[in-house]
Every structure is written in structure tokens, then in C-alpha cells.
Design a protein around this ligand. Structure first.
Ligand code: SF4
Length: 343
């Protein structure tokens, strides 16, 4: 089973309650089942025969997780409870026990795995579906490219494997990854800039795990902006930066912090601590499709922690987070929007 690769997390997390306050879903449902400790205990029970994927409540709990990776990031031993949860989903799928809604969503995502490129050259920008849904973020990226006097190819299209992997459909995720890598090779892409942190994580970590070789270097747009060495005419002003699930917890990328410094942003603290996620299930990629009510609850939880919800500007790294927070009446701007305003 895939969970066998996470023995340390199973054996240690099942007795530990240290990171319960970082369980975003547990914080809005007030349920122990939505914490790493109880999930690990349930998966331990799976191995000893006292629990089974026939239990729909157990499987539902696995598909409710926000997958922020805050717990593993802040765990003193970095036990990978997040990887365990992803492995458990893959085991659910392999056992043929995925909920119907999950299977339907995976089939829908797999059908979107095709892409188009417009423009010329070996520099490309991936305008993924989530980013493409926000005109302002797209316009900001294009303004930045124009200011840098580069005209990257724009690649549009659907699932590159990330959401399929998160849902536990590993062969389908790998097939999408192979197809996207072949597409990039055929297009002659040497540098790919991505706005969506989920896409960045897929390309830089998942593809390597799958053994899929990319023909190009991958940069998150915050990294590309820093490399472009803009001279910003304006200061970004006061913002509350929200650390990104993928960029901070999964990938250890500090470009967002460096970019905010370059923009001379006045970075203000948000909430009661800087450890938990305020990203409304970003790490779960499609939580808004599976459980919109939970994403709404997560956004309200964030709104309750804002000093001045109508005026505070929250700096985020993804359109997923911006969109979720906007539904709770919060003002969020993406890093590219903030940078473009400072030109
Ligand atoms: S990830 Fe670390 S802190 Fe969290 S339950 Fe596991 S051992 Fe405890």
C-alpha cells in the first residue's frame, strides 16, 4: 500500500496532538477526526484490520483534508502527515473505494488534459485554468512581461496532473504529466513561468516523483519578477501577506517574501499566528469543487481574523485563494497584481 511509505507518520502522529491547531478543517468543523492524530490512528487501524475503506465516513474524512502541509512544515520532526494523507487517497482509489463524486471529478479533469500555445520563442507562461479565470491577474502578468520587454508564448489548457494526483488517481496523473512534458518539448519551451503555485509544485516535485523529465526550467512568477530586476516606481504600501501552502510548506520557496521586500511593501501580521494556513484549502487544489461549503467556512474563519475585513489588503500567491477569500468579502491581491501596480 502507498501508506506503507509513511510508517513514521502513522506510528508517531497517532499519539500526537501537537499540531491540531493547524488543521484548518478541524478548526472550522471542531472535529477531532479532521486532525493528523486521528487520521493517522484510523490508518493504523486500516493495517491492523480494525478499520476499512468500506467505512464511508473514514473515506470522506480523507477527502475533506485541506492538505495545506502546515502540520508537516511546523512539526519538530517533520513527520509527513500530509504525504500520508495523499498516499491514503491513492490507496482508496486503488481499492476501488473512491466516492462517486471524486471519481466523476477525476474523469472530468482527465478529459481536460490538452493545451494550446500562442506566440513564439522558448520562454513560455502557463495561464492555467484557475489563473485564467481572473482577468486582473492575467492582465497583471501580461503588463509585467511587457514591461520586461519579453513576449512569452502563452500556454492555455487543463489539468497537468496535479488535481488528479491530489485526488489519488496516480496513473492518470502521471499520464497527464507525461503528455504535458511532451507538449512543452514539442513547443521548444526552455523556461516556463507559472502563476499557479499548485502548477509550480506539480512541475517541480510531482513530475520528478513520477520520473517525468521536463525539457525546461520552471519558475514561479514571483521568482521570474525578481529575476527580471524591475525598477519599481511605486511602493506596494501596507499588506497582510498570507504564506502560500505550496510555495512555503511544500516547496520552501521564499520568492514571495523577497518580492514583497523589493516592492517595499509594509508587511503586517495577520491572524493570531503565522503558522496556520489562511488559504481555504489551496493545497487540496479542488476542495472548492468537492466541498464548497467547507471552503466557504474556511474563508469565513479567515475573515473573522482580519482587523478590517473591508479595507485590509491580503497578499496571496494564487487566484484560488483570492477567489475563495473574495467570497467572504475580503480584499486579496495576487503577487503579480501587486507587482504590476508598482511599475
Ligand atoms: S505532524 Fe508532527 S506535530 Fe503533527 S501530529 Fe504528526 S508528529 Fe505530531
Amino acid at each position: 500500500m502507498n501508506i506503507s511509505n509513511y510508517e513514521e507518520a502513522i506510528l508517531n502522529c497517532r499519539f500526537c496532538f501537537m499540531c491540531r491547531h493547524l488543521s484548518a478543517i478541524g478548526n472550522v468543523r471542531f472535529t477531532e477526526v479532521d486532525t493528523p492524530r486521528v487520521r493517522a490512528a484510523m490508518l493504523y487501524g486500516l493495517r491492523t484490520g480494525t478499520n476499512s475503506f468500506d467505512d464511508e465516513d473514514f473515506v470522506d474524512a480523507l477527502y475533506r483534508q485541506d492538505l495545506s502541509a502546515c502540520c508537516v512544515h511546523h512539526c519538530v520532526n517533520h513527520f509527513d502527515e500530509n504525504g500520508l494523507a495523499l498516499a491514503a487517497r491513492a490507496d482508496v482509489v486503488e481499492a476501488g473505494k473512491a466516492p462517486e463524486a471524486v471519481k466523476a471529478l477525476a474523469a472530468e479533469l482527465a478529459a481536460t488534459s490538452s493545451w494550446k500555445a500562442s506566440g513564439k520563442g522558448d520562454l513560455a507562461w502557463f495561464e492555467d485554468d484557475t489563473t485564467a479565470s481572473d482577468r486582473s491577474a492575467v492582465a497583471a502578468a501580461k503588463k509585467l512581461f511587457a514591461a520586461a520587454k519579453v513576449a512569452p508564448k502563452t500556454i492555455t489548457g487543463g489539468c497537468i496532473g496535479k488535481a488528479l494526483k491530489v485526488l489519488g488517481f496516480l496513473p492518470e496523473a502521471k499520464a497527464a504529466a507525461e503528455k504535458f512534458a511532451a507538449f512543452l518539448a514539442a513547443e521548444g519551451v526552455k523556461t516556463l513561468v507559472v502563476s499557479n503555485p499548485a502548477a509550480y509544485d506539480a512541475l517541480t516535485r510531482d513530475y520528478a516523483d513520477f520520473g517525468v523529465k521536463l525539457p525546461c526550467k520552471v519558475l514561479h512568477i514571483s521568482q521570474w519578477i525578481l529575476q527580471a530586476k524591475f525598477t519599481f516606481a511605486k511602493k506596494a504600501g501596507p499588506v497582510h501577506p498570507l504564506a502560500d501552502d505550496f510555495l512555503r510548506n511544500y516547496d520552501g520557496v521564499d520568492a514571495p517574501e523577497k518580492l514583497l521586500k523589493a516592492l517595499k511593501a509594509e508587511c503586517l501580521p495577520f491572524g493570531t499566528n503565522d503558522e496556520e494556513t489562511y488559504n481555504c484549502g489551496e493545497g487540496a487544489v479542488v476542495l472548492d469543487r468537492l466541498h464548497p461549503e467547507l471552503v466557504e467556512a474556511l474563508a469565513k474563519y479567515v475573515a473573522a481574523r482580519a482587523d478590517d475585513p473591508e479595507r485590509d489588503t491580503l497578499a496571496v500567491a494564487s487566484v484560488y485563494v483570492k477567489r475563495a477569500l473574495a467570497k467572504a468579502g475580503l480584499r486579496a491581491v495576487t503577487l503579480e497584481e501587486l507587482a504590476a501596480k508598482c511599475l
